[in-house]
Design a protein around this ligand. Structure first.
Ligand SMILES: [Zn+2]
Length: 293
């Protein structure tokens, strides 16, 4: 099934849900970045979260959200950025050590928190028109990512919520990837909360539901226990794409300053820059740099 994201209202509008299936996108990302199963599980969760937030926490086209987590674990710094074009949340991301591979935990699951670590912070930065807006910084609670974002929304936005993220990887690649974010509106009742908690607890994991081939409409019913969900927005999309270009790196070189650039081309024939996000290399010849000067 193709990647998609949908937004729903359940419990007669007192609870909202956003669900994403990102299997294709994460498999594409895994291949391009040549990730290990461990880093696929981490980046799959992180990019899915960014994609969800592109549709739940972002308004204008000129905005972006940057998610950054560093728990001093072997994977190092983990970053994802989401921007929006039309109805598509466009995500990119990287982790410092994308070749990290840890042994499976005793329950057979990938050790996500072991690779991220628990000694550090989750940062969420909102930007509009190149200007930084709200910035949320909270200590990492578990390093399992979904729990950390649940805690972020609860503390920074005072929104009771449930976040679930999951990636299933085997030796051939990504089998299933996705996530959801359930948000309680201010008029949600205690009865709603109890019913919701029970449904979430009973439901299989999001990666299992996606692996089973369940549609998003079926998943919303399973995780909320409400058969009368209303689709609020459909045909939303999530896509992985890096927006780097030679032009962008060229203007980046300008910020080095004339003197510094002169020094560099005195000693070498060309300058090579590498995009953090996608690993693409851009070369600038001596002649190009001289023109810039
Ligand atoms: Zn790039």
């Amino acid at each position: 099934m193709n990647d998609e994201i949908k937004k729903y209202l359940v419990y007669e509008g007192r609870v909202s849900v956003a669900i994403a299936r990102t299997t294709e996108m994460i498999e594409q990302y895994r291949k391009e970045q040549d990730l290990t199963p461990t880093t696929t599980a981490v980046m799959g969760r992180f990019l899915t979260m960014a994609g969800l937030m592109g549709h739940t926490d972002m308004k204008g086209e000129e905005s972006s959200i940057t998610l950054q987590m560093n728990g001093n674990g072997p994977i190092g710094n983990v970053v994802a950025v989401v921007k929006k074009e039309n109805d598509t949340a466009i995500v990119k991301g990287y982790c410092e050590n994308n070749k990290v591979e840890l042994p499976l935990k005793s329950n057979g699951k990938i050790d996500v928190s072991g690779s991220i670590g628990r000694d550090g912070f989750l940062n969420v930065i909102y930007e509009t028109g190149g200007k930084q807006g709200y910035k949320g910084v909270i200590p990492i609670v578990s390093g399992e990512i979904a729990e950390d974002f649940t805690n972020y929304f609860a503390t920074s936005q005072q929104t009771p919520n449930v976040v679930a993220l999951g990636v299933l990887v085997n030796k051939d690649g990504v089998v299933a990837s996705g996530g959801y974010k359930i948000e309680l509106m201010p008029d949600a009742t205690n009865d709603d909360i109890n019913k919701l908690e029970e449904a979430v607890k009973k439901a299989p994991s999001i990666s299992t539901l996606i692996e089973q081939g369940k549609s998003l409409n079926e998943i919303v019913e399973i995780i909320t226990g409400d058969e009368n969900s209303m689709v609020l927005a459909k045909d939303l999309k999530i896509e992985y794409k890096c927006d780097c270009s030679k032009e962008k790196f060229f203007s980046g070189l300008k910020t080095l300053g004339k003197e510094e650039l002169k020094k560099v081309i005195e000693n070498q024939e060309e300058i090579e820059t590498v995009c953090h996000f996608c690993g693409k290399k851009y070369k600038f010849s001596k002649a190009e740099i001289e023109k810039l000067l």
